[in-house]
Design a protein around this ligand. Structure first.
Ligand SMILES: NC(=O)c1ccc[n+]([C@@H]2O[C@H](COP(=O)([O-])OP(=O)(O)OC[C@H]3O[C@@H](n4cnc5c(N)ncnc54)[C@H](O)[C@@H]3O)[C@@H](O)[C@H]2O)c1
Length: 456
């Protein structure tokens, strides 16, 4: 009730202030800076009362503030004096109005902050059915969607992330929820917690990110994976390793079944990631064989959707951002190389199904609908509705020429296949990027408001 009352007061305040800008004679009034009450007593015509919150924020007080009454002639009247209606006067007035709007916005934001947070309505699971689940890299693109899914199912989630490529914003809607915990931790260091299941997703996933610090990428995928497998062994948890289609390298078998051993350059620029993931798989099966750890391995193919990084250099995000800004859409190479993209919700369904299954060998999770990069460029341009040119840039070293998963295993053992059509997924993703680009300062929701939050 208190919060609602406070919110009501803020609204009344807004209306009062706006009303104070007009007067019965049709002249405009401007509210100036507050002055001391004693001084104002001596100049009653310069002052007026406003209703404001008291220092505790519990009630309202009447406060006398200085009012600078500047008269501007009603429309159609002649300007009377040097100051009245002058250009400087208008600029001053606009500036003051902007300051007041900013102050009001801050006040409303502060009051909103006092309203108890509302969370999505999660399913209630009793103690027997509720699992405690760890997601490493849960503040990243895929991880945050998996968090949403498992939270809605009613499980307890612990997200561990070092925020290298992940963002708190991706999971902020769960912060404070009784089933959710976010731990800032680098999985290269051991972690001691009690969990039933581990989705091990922590690793940079896009080429610019994993090439930024190749040694760290290798450490995350090797030492980090050892730490997670060690944790799974200690607490008896089931662990799912997020591997990648990159373990197939630049494949000479097409489409790629899980039985294909791959064609990877071990010293190329992508090797830190490709080989890192291959070792992660090897580690998983070594722990399974030697330590009886219950492992699952998902070989994830290209995935797209909201919360992808704006500048992760991957095809979908690159093309969408270029198209939204009416810039040329740039393809590396001829554009004849193929990719297949799955929407993120399909991947999340696949990961959950794999974890729940009894199948322990690697499983491809991807969309088998294959398209050339050039086709993607055209589809994205049409979906955005722009007139961007499509241009070719020099090909990238070790860029795979063909990528298409054979998903027979996933169909057979998980009863899984992608369901979201490309156009549908693209519309949601384009919408997401449109909003991201519209954010003026990248943190629209987090305006720093020290003066109003401090108690006076
Ligand atoms: N998105 C795809 O198309 C794709 C394709 C194949 C495989 N994968 C795999 O899926 C997983 C998730 O990928 P994503 O697209 O969400 O990437 P992402 O970069 O958005 O998320 C990775 C997360 O891991 C975190 N992280 C990285 N190193 C860490 C460390 N040392 N300790 C703790 N946290 C760390 C990052 O901060 C980030 O939140 C990755 O393992 C990736 O290899 C993704």
């Amino acid at each position: 009730m208190k919060q609602l009352f406070a919110f009501g007061v803020a609204i009344v305040l807004v209306i009062c202030l706006y009303k104070s800008w007009g007067n019965p004679t049709g002249a405009k009034l401007t509210l100036g800076i507050a002055a001391g009450e004693n001084e104002l007593d001596a100049n009653p015509e310069r002052s007026r009362y406003v209703v404001d919150r008291d220092a505790d924020g519990e009630g309202t007080v009447r406060r006398r503030v200085e009012v600078a009454l500047r008269r501007h002639p009603p429309v159609g009247e002649e300007a009377g004096g040097a100051e009245v209606g002058s250009k400087d006067g208008h600029i001053d007035e606009v500036h003051q109005a902007k300051q007041q709007i900013l102050a009001l916005e801050r006040k409303i934001q502060e009051l909103e902050g006092r309203i108890p947070r509302k969370y999505p309505d999660v399913t209630f699971l009793n103690y027997k059915n509720r699992k405690r689940i760890l997601i490493t890299g849960g503040a990243g693109f895929v991880g945050s969607h998996l968090v949403d899914y498992l939270m809605m199912q009613g499980h307890e989630l612990i997200v561990v992330d070092n925020f290298f490529t992940g963002r708190k914003r991706n999971v902020e809607h769960w912060l404070g929820h009784e089933n959710f915990e976010l731990i800032h931790h680098d999985i290269v260091n051991p972690l001691f917690i009690e969990v039933d299941e581990i989705y091990h997703l922590a690793s940079p996933a896009s080429p610019p990110h994993y090439m930024y610090n190749p040694v760290k990428t290798i450490k995350t995928n090797t030492l980090g994976t050892i730490n997670m497998l060690g944790l799974a062994k200690r607490v008896g948890a089931k662990v799912l390793i997020a591997s990648t289609s990159e373990v197939y390298g630049d494949p000479d078998v097409h489409p790629q079944p899980e039985t294909y051993w791959g064609h990877v350059n071990p010293i190329g620029p992508r090797a830190c990631y490709d080989e890192g993931k291959r070792v992660a798989e090897t580690l998983a099966y070594a722990y399974a064989k030697q330590e009886n750890v219950n492992v699952r391995v998902a070989r994830i193919f290209n995935t797209y959707g909201p919360r992808m990084h704006m500048n992760d250099g991957r095809v979908v995000s690159n093309f969408i951002i270029q198209a939204l800004q009416n810039q040329s859409i740039t393809m590396y190479g001829s554009g004849k190389q193929t990719r297949s993209f799955q929407y993120v919700s399909d991947l999340v369904d696949g990961l959950v199904a794999l974890m729940a299954s009894n199948y322990t060998l690697p499983v491809n999770l991807g969309n088998p609908v294959e398209r050339t990069i050039e086709e993607f460029a055209v589809i994205i341009r049409d979906s955005v509705g722009c007139k961007s040119k499509i241009v070719e840039l020099p090909a990238v070293e070790d860029d795979p020429q063909r990528r298409k998963p054979d998903i027979a295993r996933a169909k057979r053992y998980l009863d899984w296949e992608p369901r979201v059509p490309l156009k549908e997924g693209l519309i949601k993703t384009i919408e997401y990027f449109r909003k991201e680009l519209a954010r003026s300062n990248h943190s629209q929701r987090n305006i720093f408001v020290p003066e109003t939050t401090e108690k006076k």
